[in-house]
Design a protein around this ligand. Structure first.
Ligand code: ZN
Ligand code: ZN
Length: 323
């Protein structure tokens, strides 16, 4: 099969590789859409050992490792929950594979991913694709579920929220916050073009450096950028005392000022991973139009043009590969 393999910083070879063979509890999926994630962009701008990445996947089942099909059948359209658990512990039984103490990484990281024609995935990691979604849209169920997970960390009912970062995760988290009953959600970014879809999504754009922070007291702030201190500082500056900071982004070099946290009685929550239920909910909100991914889709490319797609993803929002 054809697959995109990283060979240098930001460079990929589209080459023939061995198609994966599904293990007994796995299915073989023909990849129909695999979105490039912000983490892929970050990672492959550096040197990495060659591999087939891609973890935001929608496709059709073409075979099974054995008779354990998990109620799925050949030809079924599915989306992939990329986190790999042991399948036996309480966290896995609850569909929270990311919390599995014996977790085995993720599709596209610890095992070959979806920037290829086929991917092998444990059947418990597959969910039927919601009717009404295209494969390209359905490939964004995973990042949408990341937003739902973040918006589920604290009760948002009637609350005024801020999402810092108008990248895909920021805009998806903000929409998920509205789904979770937030009264109003501001989205802040330094890049005005990224804020363009905000109003159509029912969000309030805030151009950092130009607009003042909302005069409204904000009870919850989501930091969806990471790796830089400025977005974290914006989130903290906007939060009212006693408010809640949900960290979706990580790796802030300056860390958190605990004196400030204590003095202002702030709650800090780290949000990581997605569950089966959140993947399902993401698809339902997307199919119902409550979480819109169309404004986040910057383009679709065939696998043969992966290098172009990767370059486009660096300046755009979500770029989807259709192998
Ligand atoms: Zn991702
Ligand atoms: Zn487990």
């Amino acid at each position: 099969m054809q697959a995109a393999v990283n060979v240098a910083r930001g460079r990929f070879d589209i080459r023939e590789v061995e198609a994966p063979v599904p293990a007994p509890d796995e299915a073989l999926v023909r990849v129909r859409a695999c979105a490039i994630c912000g983490s892929d962009k970050h990672e492959f701008q550096g040197e990495r050992p060659p591999r087939v990445a891609g973890h935001e996947i929608a496709g059709t089942i073409v075979g099974f490792g054995n008779s354990e099909t998990g109620g799925l059948g050949e030809g079924d359209a599915v989306v992939v929950l990329p986190l790999i658990g042991c399948g036996a512990c309480p966290a896995c039984a609850a569909g929270r594979f990311g919390e599995c103490p014996a977790g085995q990484g993720a599709v596209g990281y610890s095992r070959p991913g979806g920037f290829a024609e086929y991917v092998a995935v444990p059947t418990r990691n597959l969910l039927p694709m919601a009717p009404g979604l295209s494969f390209a849209k359905a490939s964004l169920a995973e990042p949408a579920a990341v937003g739902i997970h973040a918006a589920s960390q604290t009760d948002l009912t009637g609350k005024h929220c801020l999402t810092v970062g108008a990248g895909a995760i920021g805009l998806l988290t903000a929409q998920a916050a509205l789904c979770r009953g937030a009264a109003a959600v501001w989205v802040a970014d330094t890049d005005a073009t990224k804020l363009e879809p905000a109003e159509a999504l029912g969000l309030r754009p805030l151009h950092i450096g130009r607009d003042a922070l909302p005069s409204q007291e904000l009870e919850v702030a989501f930091e969806c950028v990471g790796r830089h201190d400025a977005p974290l500082a914006t989130a903290l500056a906007a939060l009212r005392d006693g408010g809640t900071l949900v960290l979706v982004g990580s790796g802030h070099p300056g860390g958190l000022n605990t004196t400030d946290l204590v003095a202002r009685r702030l709650t800090v929550i780290g949000s990581c991973g997605v569950s089966v239920a959140e993947m399902q909910e993401a698809q339902e909100w997307m199919a119902a139009g409550r979480i819109q991914v169309q404004p986040l889709l910057s383009g679709t490319f065939p696998l043969s043009r992966f290098n172009e797609a990767f370059a486009a993803s660096l300046t755009g929002q979500k770029v989807v590969i259709e192998p």
